[in-house]
Design a protein around this ligand. Sequence first.
Ligand code: PLP
Length: 384
Amino acid sequence: MTLSLHPPKAYLNHAGASLMPAQVRQAMLDHLTRESVLGGYSAADAMASELNAVYSDAARLLGCDADEIALPTGNTSGWREVVGSMHFGPGDRLLVARSEWGGNYAALSHIARCTGASVEMIPCTSDGTLCLSQLAQMIDARVRLISLTWLPANGGLIQPAQQVGALAREAGVPFVLDAAQAVGQLPVDVRQLGCDALTAPGRKWLRGPRGTGVLFVRRDFMPQLRPRTVDQYTAPYRDGAYHLRADAKRFETSEACMAARLGLGVAIRQTLELGVQTIQAKVRERAQRIRDALSAMDGVQLQDIGSERSALVAFSVAGVPASAVRAQLLAQGVDVAVNGPSFTPLDMAARGLGDVLRASPHTDTRDEEIQALVSALSHLIQRN
Ligand SMILES: Cc1ncc(COP(=O)(O)O)c(C=O)c1O
């Protein structure tokens, strides 16, 4: 059966899952063919150097060493591995910003409930940015973790990650950075950021496949982490005992989709070749054009916060629920996302927001796509 697909007129959900470039898809298809002819293990052996290169290329992208890289199946799976290997107790304080990713907030709330630790929100300034001076005042010996979402899932905000890293380093507090919306969109240097761990999925700004991710864990931070469980891969058997691996692969599982990993490798190399600064400039420019167009429309309200803006443009349409807007835009071939309160619960509650819409362009977003969004929205506003 032939696959018959109709691409949307405008794809503006790269912050959800970007469209994979043809070379990424081809690398995956080739490997699936290799596996079906040679068998999964021999196929992986045949691609051993390409598979190893995924670690060194990811390290180059993040400014670290290859042994500090693990390849999880997404952002959350990497984040969970690290935070789940930290051990908290009664009275420990875990700090988050108001725009923390809902998944991290849920996990930390669960940890707090199970251990007697507390999750506390770092106050923010009037534009929603985390307040550095109040963070500095909050830090004491009981603070055992700062978890920051660098670019929140909506709202355009870019948090001052490097300054948070500096405060965390000075106080010796572990700093875990959720860079799900940053890696591939902004230049990232983990040493400058001062983070102990950083997570990103492959499918968003890197344009890799679903089910892939990158996890950085600082080499000197690794001994502080005690995984809740190990297996023959993360702790190989030697001299009559299991020994936890020294590298970040201790946070992986032995089984993985090698085709997806190879696709991720191609996506990372393409990002490096194009240059993250070039990508940043292009997506910013396109996001600004969307912001300009939407802010000129009666009935459309931008829901962005922060002063320096990412390429995630949040908006709502007066009197029309976000899910209905999305459905009507989709019917006109325009694909945008809906973000519910569970994505950024503290921020949504503080701003009194329900669902919002999110438009996110990438480097190859064409003028016609932005135009298609604007005309579909005008049409919708006239009809409602
Ligand atoms: C800021 C942020 N963190 C984490 C995630 C979760 O990523 P994953 O689904 O790869 O676990 C997302 C997904 O949209 C996100 O936007």
